[in-house]
Design a protein around this ligand. Structure first.
Ligand SMILES: [Fe+2]
Length: 389
């Protein structure tokens, strides 16, 4: 694609079909697009969760179309980041673009408005006119050969400055977002590790419950966002157990009524642990109510039927299924037939019949999920949790 160029450069065509290649005729579809149209098109698509490269590709494409330029390129200050190029001019690869950007020096704008001044700035032969506009400390936006017959003046420069500032803002926000995502990811992983460390015998239970619950939700037709929320609720549903004494939590013999009441408190302790994490507030109903029973004999609030949040009803089935399918110090895992009998007996009494039906419908998948190790699902779930307002 490039006659010249070193380092990484990325073509922006494929990222933004909406803008399409620039119209060189300079008509309304190409060079005379209104300011508000360009700005509106970009700000509507400016997502904090998008990788900076995606928005840079969109912005360079939109700006190129609006100015009917041959090339618009984003040149980041950091060498390890890609130069993003929309359009093509012979000899204008990433190396040449970086050279043009460096000519900016400390000036906010540098313009070469004829081939002679372009040569003086060491631009390749095919570059007749160009402008470089700084975007704070993030990089520079370069416009090359805008539509013939139009003055390369205030409209181009102002529009380029505006788009450059949008790119700089999105890049900064995306970095903050990524840091926040890493932090929340780390917190969730640390909390699930704490549950596993507290009771190694049930290690991996939370991850399995989370995955089984997600599969059941899929069977029930839940959309991806809600399934991700459920995944996090599954991971952290028993977090309150880290607040329960070891001699009670790990006791092999029968529990006294007092010990049983202490164990039951794990759902409330879980809510107490998580309630200050604003981005995880939506999972609290699942954490608090995953031991409720349809007939009102569960805990902590003795909710009945539909009073129990649906995420808690799903978690209850996933939790019980995994517990029955696992060995415990005081018993062997139950056989599939025994599990089926118990589930059928508790259908409509302890568990939501629709969720039991969902489990039956995807039983093979659920068995397979139990065999799998830890996965990458957390990354996507954290993404969606942070994006939540
Ligand atoms: Fe629990």
């Amino acid at each position: 694609m490039y006659a010249e160029g070193s380092g990484r450069a990325r073509q922006a065509f494929c990222e933004e079909r909406e803008a399409g290649p620039a119209d060189r005729s300079g008509d309304a579809a190409g060079g005379d697009e209104g300011e508000h149209v360009v700005i509106g098109r970009l700000t509507r698509r400016m997502k904090i969760s998008d990788p900076p490269g995606r928005f840079q590709a969109l912005a360079t494409n939109v700006l190129r179309a609006s100015l009917a330029a041959e090339v618009v390129a984003w040149v980041p200050v950091e060498d390890h980041e890609d130069v993003v190029v929309s359009g093509e001019v012979v000899g204008l690869g990433s190396k040449a673009l970086r050279l043009l950007a460096s000519a900016l020096g400390r000036d906010p704008v540098r313009m070469a408005d004829n081939p002679e001044s372009a040569r003086a700035a060491h631009a390749p032969e095919a570059v007749r006119r160009f402008a470089v506009v700084a975007a704070g400390t993030a990089g520079a936006l370069i416009v090359v050969n805008p539509a013939e017959g139009r003055p390369f003046g205030s409209l181009e420069i102002e529009r380029t400055q505006y788009v450059a500032s949008l790119i700089a803002t999105q890049s900064h926000n995306a970095r903050v977002y990524a840091d926040l995502k890493d932090l929340l990811f780390g917190i969730i992983r640390a909390l699930t590790a704490a549950i596993d460390a507290k009771d190694p015998y049930t290690s991996g239970h939370s991850e399995r419950v989370a995955r089984i619950a997600v599969r059941l939700a899929e069977e029930l037709g839940w959309p991806p966002q809600k399934r991700s929320d459920l995944y996090l609720a599954g991971l952290l549903h028993d977090i309150g157990k880290i607040g329960i004494d070891d001699e009670v939590l790990k006791k092999h013999g029968p529990l006294s009524p007092q010990e049983y009441r202490r164990i039951q408190q794990h759902v409330e302790i879980g809510v107490t642990i998580l309630q200050d994490l604003k981005k995880l507030r939506h999972i609290l109903p699942g954490v608090r109510h995953h031991h409720e029973s349809l007939d009102g004999t569960g805990y902590p609030d003795h909710l009945e039927g539909d009073e129990i949040p649906i995420e808690a009803r799903i978690l209850a089935v996933a939790d019980s299924f995994d517990a029955m399918s696992s060995n415990r110090p005081y018993r062997k895992r139950l056989s599939p037939m025994q599990i089926d009998e118990i589930l059928e007996k508790g259908r409509g009494v302890q568990w939501d019949p629709a969720v039991i039906d969902a489990l039956k419908a995807c039983r093979m998948d659920v068995e397979a999920i139990r065999q799998k190790g830890l996965g990458e699902s957390l990354i996507g779930a954290v993404d969606l949790a942070i994006g939540r307002r």
